[in-house]
Design a protein around this ligand. Structure first.
Ligand code: MN3
Length: 216
């Protein structure tokens, strides 16, 4: 019974030149791999939690026994965040969004360009490690938020539509300290089809259970 590291849905080098092969290899195998391993180690101490999905574990952190709460917050969050992250990117992605997410972004932020500027700005301003998100509190709400470490919007009652990883491990080998450059280039690998699927699933209340999120 364990959470599993989901395979990358494309080759390690597939997102080059935006994200280099070495970064993807280390990020997926070592960083995400460690979150899964450490989450499993935490849950082993509390078998009563074994039926919960990773998302359910981080949805109410106060319900998690204190001795593993920090481990679940960091590693459960890391597992949920990265499982989303690999899927909302693809080779030859990017371009302007279309479909329902495009309409929602324009309605909320005025234009896709204005949204991108605000999203990148929030990513630059996230001090230290963390994530920048497009999230929703429900209904037509759509907002940009950032979180420190591996904290998920799910833990504060918001639903992540998509997010970008602004930990140094996500970009430092290629971009060094130039986080703004990474944030700008990253839009060239976003998978708008997947983002639209996530958004429509959320809007319809039919959220898809990722196999990797299930404890099995
Ligand atoms: Mn990461």
């Amino acid at each position: 019974m364990a959470f599993e590291l989901p395979p990358l849905p494309y080759d390690y080098a597939a997102l080059e030149p935006v994200i280099d092969k070495q970064t993807m290899t280390l990020h997926h195998d070592m960083h995400h791999g460690a979150y899964v391993k450490n989450l499993n180690a935490a849950i082993e101490k509390h078998p009563e939690l074994a039926s919960k999905s990773a998302e359910d574990l981080i949805r109410d952190l106060n319900a998690i026994p204190e001795d593993i709460r920090a481990a679940v917050r960091n590693n459960g969050g890391g597992h949920v965040n990265h499982t989303m992250f690999w899927k909302i990117m693809k080779p030859k992605g990017g371009g302007d969004p279309s479909g329902p997410i495009a309409q929602a972004i324009t309605k909320t932020f005025g234009s896709f360009k204005d949204f991108q500027t605000k999203f990148n700005d929030a990513g630059v301003k996230q001090f230290g490690s963390g994530w920048v998100w497009l999230a929703s509190k429900g209904g037509d709400d759509l907002h940009i938020m950032s979180t420190p470490n591996q904290d998920s919007p799910i833990s504060v009652g918001h639903h992540p539509i998509f997010g970008n990883d602004v930990w140094e491990h996500a970009y430092y080998l290629k971009y060094n300290n130039r986080r703004p450059e990474y944030l700008t280039a990253w839009w060239n690998v976003i998978n708008w089809d997947e983002v639209n699927q996530r958004y429509e699933a959320f809007k319809s209340g039919k959220q898809v259970q990722e196999p990797a999120m299930a404890h099995r």
